[in-house]
Design a protein. Structure first.
Length: 157
């Protein structure tokens, strides 16, 4: 049930990002700073396809959780380290400990249900930070870019 609510929150977050203007989503920044950040993080469609290619074949719900969790790269790294440090714990006890950390729900889901995916995201910090830093102006096209790559890979066999 928690996973369904997390996925729903991810969809709502993405929908809110699509509707909200760039300046409205920036916290503690001026309109000019938000505009500069948006200009710096703009990606061409080809760049987004290359960026999403490593995860293009992941299931859609996992992909959404990864994209949202990537906006918290520090939490991704901390969660991965926590999972490694507590690898000897029983799964239920580890899940409880992870939930007590107060991380973003998507990071928590990756840490409890997809620790290998979390490990890959933590190992590829530059990718995680880059995909997480794409501005709301690019948020609408990350998933379609992954779908384009997925179709290209399927067509190639």
């Amino acid at each position: 049930m928690r996973t369904r609510s997390t996925v729903l929150l991810a969809f709502l977050w993405i929908a809110a990002v699509l509707v909200a203007p760039v300046g409205a989503t920036a916290q503690n920044t001026t309109t000019e700073q938000a505009a500069e950040t948006a200009d710096e993080a703009q990606f061409a469609a080809e760049e987004l396809q290359k960026l999403t290619a490593p995860v293009a074949l992941y299931p859609g719900t996992l992909l959404i959780q990864m994209l949202v969790a990537a906006t918290y790269p520090l939490e991704v790294s901390k969660a991965d380290q926590f999972v490694q440090d507590n690898a000897g714990q029983q799964p239920d006890a580890r899940k409880t400990l992870i939930e007590e950390q107060g991380w973003d729900g998507n990071v928590t889901v990756l840490a409890t249900a997809f620790p290998e995916t979390l490990k890959k995201m933590a190992a590829h910090t530059e990718w995680t930070e880059t995909i997480g830093a794409t501005t709301p102006a690019n948020a609408w096209c990350r998933r379609p870019a992954a779908q384009i790559v997925r179709h290209m890979q399927n067509d190639a066999g």
